[in-house]
Structure formats: C-alpha cells, structure tokens
Design a protein around this ligand. Structure first.
Ligand code: HEC
Ligand code: HEC
Length: 466
C-alpha cells in the first residue's frame, strides 16, 4: 500500500541525517577555498556556517497506515557556487543547436519563398558558423553575471527569453542602477538582417562587434575585457568550454565575442501559428486558411498583401520583410517630426528588430513609447508625422519626405492587424530549453523547483504497479 512512501520517507530522513553530520558540506568547502585564494567575493552566500544543530535523532518510525504525516523537513537549500564564490552553471544537459537550425522550414531557406528569401538575409560570417560547442559556450556567457563589473547583471537581465529576448521595462537597469538610453531589442531572428549591422542606430558593424559593446558599456555592464578574461579564467568551468568550442583552453575576448554571436544566431524562431499556417499549405492551399482565423487572415492581407483581397496591403512587409519579419535596412517611419533628440543611425533612420514574438516584446519602438500593439497600429493608421526622410512607403504620394499616409482603418481592420502580429508568437521558442538559463538549476529557486517536480512525479507514480 504505502510502501513506496515509506521508503521515500526513510531515504529522505537518511539523507538529512547524512547531510547534517557531514561537516565537509561542499558549499562550505567552496567558501573556504575562495576565501583563502583572496578572490573578490562579492556575493556572500546567505549562510556560511555549517548547521550547528545536533544531528537529528533516529526518525520517529512511520506510523503504520497513517500515510499523511508531515515528512521530515528537507535540508535548507543553498545556491551552488563555483570556486570563485559566484554562481555555478549546471552543464549536465547539452543541446543540439545545429539540428534546430537545420530544421528551419522550407520557406525560410528556399530561394523562391513567398515574401522573399529569408536565408539571403542571413548575416552569419563564413568564419563563425554556429557549432553546438560554440553556442553552448555562448549560452553560458550570455547568462553569466560575471560579465558585469559587480556581478549583478548578465546579458539575459535585459534580453529575457519569455519576452522574445527583450525587456518589458521601457529602459533597462544597468549594473550600477543606471538606465539604458533606449529600449532593449528583441533578439528573435537577429541572424536575419542582411547588412549585418546591430542596434537601433546600427552603430555596430557586425554581431561579433556588437556583443562586446554592452560588456564595456558604462551603464550596462561596466566591465573591461581584460579583467573579464581574468575573471573567467578563475572559474572551474570556462577553460573546458573554450577548449570544446575552439580547440584549446585560451579565454580571449575574441572567442567570447564569437561564442556569444553564435548563441544569438541560434535564436531563430519558426514555430508560431504563422508557421503552422505556412507548413500546412501554400497560398492557394485551403489548409492555409484552416489554420488562421478569418481575423488573422485579414491581418495577414493587410500586413503583407495577399491575392484576392479587396483592400490593398498596407505595405508593412515593405520594411518588415520576408517570413522572418526582419528589416532590409534602417528606415524613417515618422514617429516624430523632429528627431533631433535621437537621430538613430543619422537623420532619423532606425533599425527595427524582427516582429517575430512582438506580442510579448512590449513596449514598442526605440524609446518604448507604445505600450500595446494597438497603439502601434493606431500610430501607423493616423499618427505618422511629416519628416524630411519619411519613407516613401508611408507617404500618400510615394515620395521620400512626402505627405504622411492616413490609412483610415476600421476598428475591425486594426484588430485584425494586431491578431496577425499575435500569430507571430512562438511559444516553443519562448520556452525552448536550448535558450534557458544554465545557472538557474543551481539557484535556491531552481533546486526548489526540481524538488517539487520530483515530489510531483513520485505522487503521480501509481503505487504498487498494475
Ligand atoms: C542593461 C541592459 C542590457 C544588457 C546587460 C545587455 N543589453 Fe543588449 N541591448 C540593450 C539595449 C537597451 C539595446 C538597444 C541599445 C541601442 O540600440 O542603443 C540592446 C541591443 C542589443 C542587440 C542589438 C540587436 C539588433 O537587432 O540590433 C544585441 C545583439 C544585444 N543587445 C546583445 C546583448 C548581449 C550579447 C549582451 C551581453 C554581453 C547584452 N546585449 C547585454 C540592453 C542590454
Ligand atoms: C517605411 C518602413 C516601415 C513600414 C512600411 C512599416 N514599419 Fe514598422 N517600423 C519601422 C521602423 C523604422 C521601426 C522602428 C522605429 C523606431 O523605433 O524608431 C518600426 C517599428 C515597428 C514596430 C515595433 C518594433 C519593436 O521592436 O518595438 C512594430 C510593431 C511595427 N513597426 C509594425 C508595423 C506595422 C503593423 C506596419 C504596417 C501598418 C509597419 N510597421 C510598417 C519601419 C516601417
């Protein structure tokens, strides 16, 4: 009957007792080691003293038949730390990034894709192709707080997976309490931007250049690359990860850059409802419409154009191009008549990240001025401002800097556009373990979650077999 619970209880109690008696607690040992090495330990673990309470007496024998008594309290959880006293990643799982990229749908990779060829936008350089070992290293670096001067902020602090790798805050918090000057950018489909430039203002010429800039930014991470190499060399795990990725253990900023860029280029998203629709059929295939609701279908037509629509496309796709919904180059979309407070890439031109996962990436635009997609649509509908460099695609006479277009959308059409953009949300991508935080399993919260999952699993196991 309750034998499995009984065994579980005995095992748990034995484990607690063993743990309490063991003065060589691995975490205590780690603390001593890092202390004597004189490394800079910024984050002291909450409890340094081994538990002084006497070892638990023999557990009270479980009462026969009373399966519901409270189990013995589990040992207090502590974050697992590395030899430098800072968070330790859990490297037990390895991920197949190459297979994930290779599984991209045909309309991403084929020359004759509807809306143009996605792959021709790929900015991966020949000498830094994604490898599993490289992306795996990049993932650890991306989530490592060691990249900031006071070990408080990682790339992932401002690029959060469940938000498509942007930040719900309008301006992100830097390592020392400062705020970034612009809204964080989604990294979904960052690999697809033909000219390969990065940031809203395109100030980084390549992704390899870009990834080292936040590390050295005075507001964001405040680190210098030489100190970072030293700091990473004081961990137990980086030498091996660099060896696997690059063939020897040297930790250099060039390799940090390459690994981070590889990891970011794996962030390709292709499992949204939009993708289900495309996978189901081509333009004239009725399956296509079977996946999309009528409303999403109307949104698609407005956004991208589509044969047989009574209304012209609004031409969003002219700038948010291909099925990856990334840009071809920076544009002026008429947010402000006067762009002198932020000229972006110059003269008011801005890049936009891909619109994939845009529904979870609020707020919108380089300054996060719009809180909802409906506000964005209302802006394009009625709020485009006259600007000397306004894109011809957003003027009524097709001239650069011409009269801003007024779209006169009905409420139904506005809602359809929003619904279409919501269909670009890829839940698999947003929860895919290949992008998850490798440090999380070793945090108190992560260990707690694992414990709860274990308990859940043992409760779900049918007792006594068939
Ligand atoms: C404190 C918050 C913060 C941190 C930390 C941070 N970023 Fe960013 N990231 C931003 C902001 C804000 C922008 C947009 C800045 C701009 O364009 O001026 C941005 C832009 C980017 C872009 C440009 C995307 C595009 O499509 O052009 C990439 C790539 C990126 N970050 C990667 C990283 C990496 C890699 C790290 C860690 C080494 C990192 N970020 C750390 C806030 C942050
Ligand atoms: C002329 C090119 C152009 C056209 C056409 C265009 N956009 Fe944009 N879009 C941009 C630019 C440029 C930005 C970034 C502007 C900025 O932040 O300064 C942007 C930003 C956005 C964003 C916010 C992205 C983010 O990460 O915050 C959304 C959403 C969006 N556009 C939707 C649309 C829709 C819907 C349409 C059609 C009604 C459309 N766009 C038509 C150029 C264009």
């Amino acid at each position: 009957m309750n034998t499995s619970r009984f065994i579980l209880a005995v095992v748990l109690v034995a484990a607690v007792t063993a743990c309490r008696e063991d003065s060589d607690d691995p975490i205590a040992a780690v603390d001593t080691a890092s202390g004597t090495e004189g490394t800079e330990v910024v984050q002291e673990p909450a409890s340094e003293q081994p538990d002084e309470s006497p070892p638990a007496e023999a557990p009270p024998p479980p009462v026969e038949g009373g399966g519901d008594e409270t189990p013995p309290p589990p040992p207090p959880l502590e974050a697992k730390l590395d030899i430098d006293g800072l968070p330790l990643p859990d490297l037990s799982s390895s991920h197949d990034y190459e297979a994930y990229l290779a599984a991209q749908p045909k309309y991403y990779t084929r020359i004759s894709s509807p809306f143009g060829n996605v792959d021709s936008q790929n900015n991966t350089p020949f000498d830094n192709r994604v490898t599993n070992a490289g992306a795996n290293l990049g993932r650890v670096i991306f989530y490592d707080v060691r990249l900031s001067a006071n070990n408080s902020v990682a790339c992932a602090s401002c690029h959060i997976q469940k938000h498509g790798f942007t930040d719900p805050k309008t301006f992100s918090d830097g390592f020392d309490g400062g705020k970034t000057g612009r809204h964080s950018m989604s990294l979904s489909n960052a690999a697809y931007y033909r000219n390969g430039k990065f940031f809203w203002d395109e100030r980084a010429d390549t992704l390899e250049d870009q990834v080292l800039m936040p590390i050295q930014d005075e507001v964001e991470m405040g680190m210098n690359l030489f100190d970072l190499e030293v700091k990473m060399g004081e961990t137990s795990y980086y030498a091996e990860l660099f060896n696997e990725a690059f063939g020897d253990e040297a930790i250099t900023s060039e390799r940090i850059s390459r690994a981070l860029a590889q990891f970011i280029r794996t962030m390709v998203t292709y499992e949204s409802k939009y993708d289900q629709a495309f996978t189901a059929g081509e333009w004239d295939d009725p399956n296509f419409e079977a996946v999309f609701s009528e409303q999403e279908m109307l949104g698609l037509k407005l956004f991208s154009g589509f044969p047989g629509t009574e209304r012209d496309s609004l031409g969003c796709i002219a700038c948010h191009q291909t099925s990856a919904h990334t840009m071809d180059q920076a544009h002026v979309n008429g947010l402000d008549a006067d762009t002198s407070s932020d000229q972006g890439a110059g003269n008011g031109f801005f890049k936009s990240p891909s619109l994939r996962n845009i529904a979870v990436g609020a707020p919108y635009m380089h300054d996060g001025r719009f809180a909802t997609l409906m506000e964005v649509v209302e802006f394009y509908n009625s709020g485009i401002e006259r600007h000397r460099n306004l894109s011809p695609d957003l003027t009524s006479n097709g001239q650069t800097g011409g009269t801003p277009i007024r779209m006169s959308l009905s409420q139904e059409e506005k809602e359809a556009l929003v619904a279409f953009m919501e269909a670009l949300t890829d839940e698999n991508f947003l929860a895919n373990p290949i992008y998850s935080d490798p440090f999380f399993p070793n945090t108190v919260e992560g260990q707690l979650q694992a414990q709860q999952a274990e308990e859940q699993a043992s409760e779900d196991t049918p007792e006594g077999g068939k």
